[in-house]
Design a protein around this ligand. Structure first.
Ligand code: S3P
Length: 423
């Protein structure tokens, strides 16, 4: 069991922060390059516990991954290995997206996960992949799950949950099916798979109402991965709620399907600047958050939630430091993340002296509240660990985080950066 104590920040600091590369894009780049035509180059990828799972998966399939300094070269296999068990650890993205890819291969694959992943719902991918013709068996729609893949047919699918993992799972399956696949319904979520497919010459049509994919062999990728907005969010929050810091967060992905939190923050009167904006395959810029007296909105536009789903824990911390009361609803998906994040947040905030009311599908938060400090449990969820580290920095007495090292799944050097605030 790992444990860390985050003391309150006493002195003023000025820092340039480099956050790790985008996790979602790294997973997708690995998976796509393992089925594309020729060698791919992935520059500046994220090396973390979760992305290592996806590396292992593509290697199991027979792809070669040469890991260099800041560059991976992926050579797809001539033919896939078609019978293996695979351990996905804590990674929902590896599991759900690669299931689509595995379902399209004539083979027999079993996916296992850690205790948390084995509790997470898989029905959402099992339904569409089975409709396409995959044979999937498991108990209660949970891991371990066995996929017998191959001979998929294209489907017309109505997506009920705005989940990018589910959308991407179907999209990967569609690449190697027979006939077109159309996805309608809740398609507004992070769109990295759409961007990557377009860039790799996949025959894809995207509009407001549907995504349509005609089976294609993707061309090899040449992809430079920007900083992860979800990792930057902790330092954006720190810059907004603490008078003691002066931060610039470098080269962050500013894709609008990821930066929903900015739209909420702007309405709350948050001040931040974007510098060095560039339109690469995805838009990139440096973020300069400025201490702001923020005001809570009465409620939050539910359409923005998929565009900030991983930022809700840190946004709730910001709300606890802002003036007024917000009712934050339609967040039931948070109960299905690495832990039940609604419950984890409410329990932990209470432990550090902050009152937040739990709703079935969200929270009522009233601020500003002083954070006394205390001891919390991350419940082995990286986003809970990082949220309460930031809370520790602005608390009166500091916060001890139990099971802190789960940050390794997305942000392995997070606590090194935080320690740098005190040196
Ligand atoms: C992800 C999508 C989101 C997000 C997860 C990464 C992705 O999950 O929470 O951290 O890379 O597609 P859902 O698709 O379940 O909302």
């Amino acid at each position: 069991m790992s444990e860390i104590f985050i003391p309150p920040l006493k002195k003023r600091i000025k820092k340039e922060i480099n956050v790790p590369s985008d996790k979602s894009i790294t997973h997708r780049a690995l998976l796509l390059s393992s089925i594309s035509k020729g060698k791919s180059q992935i520059f500046n990828p994220l090396i973390s516990e979760d992305t290592k799972r996806t590396i292992n998966l593509v290697k199991e399939l027979g792809a070669k991954v040469d890991i260099g300094a800041n560059k991976w070269v992926v050579t797809p296999p001539k033919s896939f290995n078609v019978d293996f068990d695979f351990y996905s650890g804590n990674s929902g993205t590896t599991t759900r997206i690669s299931s689509g890819l595995l379902a399209s291969i004539d083979g027999h694959f079993t996916i296992l996960g850690d205790a948390s992943l084995s509790q997470r719902p898989m029905k959402r991918i099992i339904e569409p992949l089975s409709e396409m013709g995959a044979k999937i068996s498991c108990e209660n729609y949970k891991l371990p799950m066995t996929i017998i893949g191959g001979n998929l047919r294209g489907i017309d699918y109505w997506l009920k949950i705005p989940s990018a993992q589910v959308k991407s799972s179907i999209m990967f399956a569609a690449l190697r099916a027979t006939g077109k696949t159309t996805i309608r319904g809740a398609i507004n979520s992070r769109n990295h798979t759409e961007i990557m497919f377009k860039n790799s010459g996949v025959d894809i049509e995207i509009n407001d109402n549907y995504i349509e994919i005609t089976p294609s062999l993707p061309t090899s990728l040449n992809y430079r991965i920007p900083g992860d907005f979800s990792s930057a969010a902790y330092f954006i929050a720190m810059g907004l709620i603490s008078k003691k810091v002066d931060l610039i967060i470098k080269s962050v992905n500013l894709n609008k399907t990821r930066t929903g939190m900015f739209q909420v923050l702007e309405k709350m009167n948050a001040k931040f600047e974007i510098k060095n904006f560039k339109n690469d395959i995805e838009p990139i810029g440096d973020i300069v958050p400025v201490f702001s007296n923020m005001i809570n909105l009465k409620n939050i536009d539910e359409n923005l939630i998929p565009f900030m789903i991983d930022e809700i824990p840190i946004l709730v911390l910001i709300q606890s430091q802002s003036e007024g009361r917000v009712i934050f609803k339609n967040l039931s998906e948070l109960r299905r993340k690495e832990t039940d994040r609604i419950n984890a947040l409410v329990q932990n905030f209470e432990k550090i002296g902050v009152k937040i009311e739990e709703l079935n599908d969200g929270f009522i938060v009233e601020g500003p509240q002083e954070i006394k400090g205390g001891e919390i449990n991350s419940f082995n969820d990286h986003r809970i660990s990082m949220t309460f580290a930031i809370a520790g920095l602005i608390s009166k007495e500091g916060i001890k985080i139990k099971n802190s090292n789960c940050v390794d799944v997305s942000f392995p050097n997070f606590f090194e950066i935080i320690k740098g605030f005190f040196s």
